[in-house]
Design a protein around this ligand. Structure first.
Ligand SMILES: *Cc1c(COP(=O)(O)O)cnc(C)c1O
Length: 310
């Protein structure tokens, strides 16, 4: 996976409300396994597994998980077995789940309350046959994933310099909170004044916000807690009824952005967050600002719901 290429930041058309200028950072264009924030995190996991004696990767996530697709691809690239533990409930075929199958991942569907036990079980089984499993938390959660987004923040600082712009706000979809935690750590380390606004796609406050704070604290250490708390803007006004719930306005945003800018968002993450961002700007009367939206990817999900856009 190429490391030196920065993902482009481009200005988008059609969203000049209140004289804000909106830019998009194209994490969806990362050149491995259809890109996205999980591909950026996977780059860091790749460094962990390279040159070691691992025999398999074990992780978990839903049938629509971008993380599981990318990790299944990473495992295949390194000729490692891949096991994905998935909650049985709401398991539907998606492009991501089909890609996981193509990539040869072993998918184990269990009731949600058995996920942890099943993970332990799979790790034990692999060790019993003399293997060495590498375990990755769902969504690439943890310090390695956080670090990936500190580096992304540093990339944004460089790009601000290149563009001669300062972003007043950075918006993005927040799920497991790792992406936001990394951006917040980057902001604190580099004393940036950018407001980082995570639009939650599933979790509510206070838990969702606490997880972001805890992740940043795990990385930076306890002495940074008050700085982290101050920097964490976690918006749960747009989660609707939770993960993968959507409304017709989200579909409209997805269609408009595709038509005007040729960028494909999705209902679960980026489309929901982009819609949430527009609502947030309106609600808070934010005007004359330079804004960056991070397109965290999920390209296969765009195609899952393409029929509904016609
Ligand atoms: C996983 C994911 C997110 C959320 O990232 P977290 O680091 O889990 O908060 C956002 N967008 C897309 C497309 C994702 O796949």
């Amino acid at each position: 996976m190429e490391e030196n290429d920065q993902t482009p930041i481009e200005k988008i058309n059609g969203y000049e409300h209140y004289n804000n200028q909106i830019y998009i950072k194209r994490e969806d264009l990362i050149g491995f396994s259809f890109g996205g924030n999980k591909a950026r995190k996977a780059r860091e996991f790749e460094k962990e597994i390279e040159g070691k004696n691992y025999t398999s990767i074990i992780t978990y996530g839903s049938s629509s998980s971008n993380h599981c697709r990318v990790i299944a691809n990473l495992a295949n690239k390194h000729q490692l077995k891949c096991t994905v533990i998935s909650p049985k409930k709401n398991y539907t075929e998606t492009y991501n789940s089909r890609l996981m199958k193509i990539l040869g991942a072993k998918i184990i569907k269990v009731p949600i309350e058995s996920v942890t036990r099943e993970i332990d079980n799979e790790i034990k089984k692999e060790k019993e046959i003399g293997g060495q499993p590498f375990f990755i938390q769902g969504g690439g959660h943890g310090n390695i994933g956080t670090y990936a987004y500190i580096k992304c923040f540093e990339e944004i600082l460089k790009q601000e310099h290149q563009l001669g712009k300062k972003f007043d706000y950075i918006f993005h979809a927040t799920g497991t909170g790792t992406t936001q935690a990394g951006l917040i750590c980057g902001k604190i380390i580099h004393r940036s004044t950018t407001n980082i606004v995570g639009i939650s796609i599933a979790r509510k406050k206070p838990t969702g916000r606490q997880i972001v704070i805890k992740s940043a604290q795990d990385y930076l250490g306890d002495s940074y807690l008050s700085k982290i708390e101050k920097a964490t803007i976690f918006i749960d006004d747009y989660v609707l009824n939770g993960y993968s719930d959507f409304n017709p306005e989200i579909d409209k945003v997805i269609k408009d952005l595709f038509m005007l800018n040729g960028i494909g968002l999705n209902r679960t993450y980026t489309g929901k967050a982009f819609w949430g961002m527009l609502e947030y700007l309106k609600k808070n009367h934010i005007s004359n600002k330079t804004i960056l939206f991070i397109n965290t990817g999920g390209t296969p999900l765009f195609f899952d719901n393409i029929k509904e856009l016609i």
